[in-house]
Design a protein around this ligand. Structure first.
Ligand code: F6P
Length: 340
């Protein structure tokens, strides 16, 4: 098996080479390359750390809660610092928005008017850290408006304005998946070469799949439509109502299955007593990036009522319900009026 893997890498296309020869992106290739060179470094640092996290004691909680009221894991904070360090050199990225920071972080050195903002969740699915489960890093890039100063109105614009979106998956192998608006490409980290090598190019998500992913234990809190949708896809009347459930608790890892094999990930809104349904996942650095990947691959991402990429945020940590994956399954969910 080693020989086979080695053979495949022998004439492999590195991420850098692939980007330098990329055509049709909305962002100039020189800027794309500069930004992705940083993301690649981040991916390698996190992949290396996760492989050794059990040894280095990075597991466990810090005792703090983040802006979302969730307990912070040591790895979340460390992963955030990896981004802060990587972009310290400024241009072309001069602003960072992170799940782990209340407010945007702006660099002031080497930051001319034509700069970019990176939005990210450094360690996605962090409840998996203590059990050696799959984890992810999700990111998106938007252009900053000239003369933006420290305001963020130009970043709150809908996800259709994202220039780059992607995620890194830390599973048995580390993979980097990204789009710059010209298709979705997947790279696998060859740890001995220290290079991300092209694995699949211009990936298309199957229009239909036979798997769904959801935290089903929450079903009692969903709208009736979402419960009916679940009942339908588990009713086993025929092939089209006989789905399998696969859920690992890391959005990027669950989504990855659907990108490759088709199916649907859902995190329906949960209805608080007497209130309206609220989503859990964050728009700016979880839902919008993966929706851009989904759409670029021919799939879809919606709140159940609205296309994710058309939502303008009112705040950087805003949450929404999500139904994302194969076009057919997402349309099926919508037909059940899942969010009322
Ligand atoms: O960031 C939110 C997240 O950790 C996702 O990665 C994951 O899909 C989801 O929450 C898991 O939520 P739950 O613990 O409710 O299943």
């Amino acid at each position: 098996a080693n020989a086979l893997a080695g053979e495949q890498m022998a004439g492999g296309t590195t991420l850098t080479r692939h980007i330098m020869t990329k055509r049709g992106t909305a962002i100039p290739v020189a800027d794309l390359a500069l930004i992705m060179e940083r993301i690649e470094l981040i991916a390698k640092r996190i992949a290396r750390e996760l492989a050794a996290a059990g040894l280095s004691g990075e597991h466990g909680y810090t005792g703090e809660t983040n802006v979302q009221g969730e307990q912070v894991k040591k790895l979340d904070q460390w992963g955030n610092q990896v981004f802060l360090d990587a972009f310290e050199q400024g241009y072309p990225v001069c602003s960072l928005i992170s799940e782990e920071m209340d407010e945007p972080h702006h660099y002031s050195v080497n930051c001319p008017d034509n700069s970019y903002c990176v939005l990210y969740d450094p360690i996605d699915g962090s409840s998996n850290t203590d059990v050696n489960g799959s984890l992810g890093t999700i990111f998106a890039v938007k252009k900053r408006a000239p003369g933006h100063s420290h305001g963020i109105e130009d970043i709150l614009v809908p996800g259709t304005q994202q220039l780059i979106a992607g995620y890194i998956l830390y599973g048995p192998a580390a993979q980097l998946i990204y789009t710059a608006g010209a298709g979705v490409d997947i790279f696998t980290l060859d740890r001995t070469l220290g290079e991300f090598i092209l694995w699949k190019e211009n990936v298309k998500m199957p229009a239909h799949g036979s798997v769904y992913a959801v935290n089903q234990a929450n079903a009692g809190k969903w709208n009736e439509g979402a419960r009916k949708f679940l009942a339908h896809i588990t009713s086993r009347k025929d092939k089209r109502t006989s789905y399998s459930l696969r859920y690992c608790g890391a959005f990027a890892a669950d989504f990855h299955r659907f990108l490759l094999e088709g199916g649907i990930y859902l995190y329906p809104g949960e209805v608080a007593e007497g209130g309206k349904a609220k989503g859990k996942l964050r728009l700016m650095y979880e839902l919008a990036p993966l929706s851009m990947i989904a759409e670029q691959a021919g799939g879809r991402g919606t709140t159940g009522k609205k296309r994710i990429l058309e939502i303008a945020a009112t705040g950087i940590h805003e949450r929404h319900p999500i139904y994302i994956g194969s076009a057919e399954e997402v349309a099926l969910a919508e037909s059940f009026n899942v969010e009322g």
